[in-house]
Each structure stands twice: as structure tokens, then as C-alpha cells.
Design a protein around this ligand. Structure first.
Ligand code: ADP
Ligand code: TYD
Length: 358
């Protein structure tokens, strides 16, 4: 499985479909192959289940456990027919609702046993979880101010009055909140009470960050550097070699390819003594010149200088010293995103890839 699976969750009318579609357009415009889908109902069988489970006329007639199995049956079909094959083909799958909806609605909303639900979900999905879940969180007052569709479905027209302490949708919202707290590395809360564009800004931030981070973690930095060096020795240009290796090692994200593009920094490391360096190879009098042709290179050189001077330097101190030097020597204001090259230098050092003859 090599694609990226993103689900959107939230109570009815939270705006998640709007956000999911915006993300679809955004990623597609950036060259990703993206599949947009939803639950319940995005397969032929699913359409029938959707009719059974959401049509108003069946209100009150469906047992909560039966309802849960209907949603779960839809999911089995959805996962096997559409989600898995798309992920296997390396695509990004965006699903409007997935397992967390069952936990929130049937578990917290209807009161079914959560452990039982988890077990059934595990069977239904074969253990497939989203890589990223965006929870669009809104309070009920905000939702009530939004226009309800003319024909709301069976669950949307769920009793909004008192049912013990909390209304149905308050309990559902609580379900998402608890899921988010217990799986904070997968489920990300986005405040959905703001304008569509403000909400989307946050959605983008979460997704781009997560895609880059996950993608990078999958790649072994050591392999990345060695294989790049190998290619260069055979005559490939550095920037191509770096990117090519990245994709060969399974990197998918164009974001991380670009955002985290330390190839110039690595090139400098390589040239200045093929990583295994002499004592002071990095005291380069021509910082300005390097800066002009490679900003990342200049950052990498400075990083190495300070690392070799003080091998146990912390990353924050390293960055502070680099900033100081760039300001004073080059009169430039360092940008936060330029931390990429120093970070690589730092990691290479800690991986033992930079050797220093004492
Ligand atoms: P959901 O998929 O969660 O049910 P939708 O995306 O379909 O929600 O949005 C529900 C309604 O609220 C739609 O009429 C939509 O235009 C509107 N809406 C969506 N996001 C916002 C927002 N941030 N502010 C105000 N209205 C919104
Ligand atoms: P839908 O028309 O897709 O509404 P929305 O735009 O709010 O997602 O309706 C799906 C309804 O089904 C919604 O009220 C939530 C409910 N639902 C569950 O109760 N359990 C589930 O597992 C799923 C997928 C949906």
C-alpha cells in the first residue's frame, strides 16, 4: 500500500464535505492523483445501503446495532472495492467520513459498546486506518445557524432536544473529541467555526505538514545520501540525483521534495571532502559567493562549522548561531524554512556520516 489515505470527520453540517472537496481540488492541481469518496454509499451496494439507512421513512425502525452493521457493511464494500485498490495504485484517497463516524454516531451517539464497535470496525476494514483524519469541529449553535438542506436525512433530523445530559449531536461531538485525544498523531482538530477559506488554510497546513513528515520518515537518510553520491559519481547532476533517489526510495510527496530540498547543502558537503573531512574544511572565505549560488549550501557550511566546533551543540543553538552569522556577514534575514539544510547537516552528523579527524 503506497498511497495516502485522508478522512474527514465531524457532525452533520460541520462543513467537512466543503473542506474535503477543496482539498481534492488543491492536491489535484498540484499533480497528485486523487480519489474523492464518501460514506455511506460510494459503491453500487453502498447506494442501496445508504437508502436503507438514511431514508426518513425508516425513522425509528432501525435498531442501533442493525444500523451499525449497515454502515459497516457499506464500509467493507467501500474499502475492498475502492479505497484499497486506489491506495495500492499509489493514489491519494480523500473520504468524507470513515470509521470514526461509526464510533462517534453509533458509539457515543447511540450508546453502543465502544470495544465491540472497534472490533467490528477492525473486521470491516481489515485494519485499514487513515494516515490523516481531519476533524472539522463546530459547536451546535454554529451548525444550527447554517442552512439545513431542504430534505434532511434520518440521522440529520435526529432529536436535537434533551436526551439525558447531552443531545445526540453533543454526544457525537464528544466522540470525535475523545478519538482525537486518544489518537493525536492521526486525528487533527480544525476549528470549523470560521470562514470556509480560514478553515481551509488550516486543513492545508495539517495535510501538507503530515504528508511531508510521514514521507520523510519513511526514507532512510543514509540511503538517500549514499545513493545520491553514487549517481553523481556516474555523472548525474546533483539536484537530479537527489530528487531521483528520493523518489526511488519511495518518496511521493512533491511537498517534501521541494520544501525539504537540501540537495545544494548535500552537494557542498560532498565537495568539501566527501563528507569525511579534514579538520577545518568548512572555513570558507567565500560565504557570500556560495550564498549567491546556493543558499542551502551556505547554511550547510555554517552548520558544519559550528557542529565541528562544538559536537554536542543543540539544534536550537545551532540555528541561533547560524542566523546571527547570516545577519552579520551577509546582511540577510534568515527565513524559517531555511532550517532544512542545517537540519540535514545535524542529522548526518548524528548518523555518523560526517567524520572529523581530531
Ligand atoms: P457536512 O459535509 O459536514 O455536512 P457541508 O460541507 O455540506 O457539511 O456544509 C454544510 C452547509 O454549511 C453548506 O450549506 C455549506 O455551504 C455551509 N458551510 C460549509 N462550511 C462553512 C463555513 N465555514 N461557514 C459557513 N457555512 C459553511
Ligand atoms: P450524509 O448525507 O453523508 O451527511 P454528512 O454530509 O453530514 O456526512 O449522511 C451521513 C449520515 O450518516 C450522517 O448523519 C452521519 C451518519 N453516519 C453514521 O451514523 N455512522 C457512520 O458510520 C457513517 C459513515 C455515517
Amino acid at each position: 500500500m503506497s498511497g495516502i489515505f485522508i478522512s474527514f470527520e465531524g457532525i452533520d453540517q460541520s462543513g467537512k464535505s466543503t473542506q474535503a472537496k477543496l482539498l481534492f481540488d488543491h492536491l489535484q492541481a498540484r499533480g497528485y492523483e486523487v480519489v474523492f469518496t464518501y460514506e455511506p454509499g460510494d459503491t453500487e451496494l453502498g447506494q442501496e445501503i445508504r437508502r436503507l439507512v438514511l431514508e426518513r421513512k425508516t425513522q425509528g425502525e432501525i435498531d442501533a446495532t442493525a444500523e451499525m452493521f449497515l454502515f459497516s457493511a457499506d464500509r467493507v464494500q467501500h474499502v475492498n472495492e475502492l479505497i484499497r485498490p486506489s491506495l495500492d495504485a499509489g493514489k491519494v484517497v480523500i473520504s468524507d467520513r470513515y470509521v470514526d463516524s461509526t464510533l462517534a454516531y453509533q458509539g457515543y451517539g447511540r450508546g453502543l459498546n465502544l470495544d465491540d464497535l472497534r472490533m467490528v470496525q477492525n473486521v470491516a476494514t481489515g485494519g485499514l486506518k487513515p494516515d490523516i483524519t481531519i476533524w472539522i469541529d463546530v459547536d451546535l449553535q454554529t451548525v444550527q445557524k447554517r442552512e439545513l438542506p431542504l430534505f434532511s436525512d434520518r440521522i440529520e433530523s435526529e432529536d436535537r432536544g434533551d436526551k439525558g445530559e447531552k443531545t445526540f449531536f453533543q454526544r457525537v461531538r464528544q466522540g470525535f473529541k475523545e478519538a482525537c485525544q486518544s489518537e493525536s498523531d492521526r486525528i487533527f482538530r480544525v476549528d470549523g467555526t470560521r470562514s470556509i477559506s480560514a478553515v481551509f488554510k488550516d486543513v492545508k497546513k495539517v495535510v501538507v505538514n503530515q504528508i511531508s513528515v510521514r514521507d520523510l520518515y519513511k526514507i532512510n537518510l543514509k540511503d538517500w545520501v549514499f545513493s545520491t553520491i553514487e549517481k553523481v559519481e556516474k555523472g548525474t547532476a546533483w539536484n537530479y540525483a537527489w530528487q531521483e533517489t528520493y523518489f526511488e526510495l519511495g518518496g511521493k510527496s512533491k511537498e517534501s521534495g521541494r520544501k525539504f530540498s537540501p540537495m545544494n547543502g548535500t552537494e557542498i558537503l560532498y565537495r568539501l571532502g566527501r563528507i569525511k573531512g579534514s579538520r577545518k574544511p568548512f572555513r570558507n572565505p567565500e560565504l557570500k559567493e556560495i550564498w549567491n549560488c546556493s543558499t542551502n549550501g551556505a547554511y550547510a557550511i555554517l552548520a558544519l562549522e559550528y557542529i565541528l566546533e562544538k559536537p554536542d551543540i543543540s539544534r536550537s543553538e545551532l540555528w541561533a548561531r547560524i542566523q546571527e552569522r547570516i545577519r552579520s556577514e551577509l546582511g540577510e534575514e534568515p527565513a524559517k524554512f531555511n532550517q532544512g539544510a542545517p537540519t540535514v547537516a545535524y542529522k548526518l552528523w548524528h548518523l555518523g556520516l560526517i567524520m572529523h579527524d581530531k
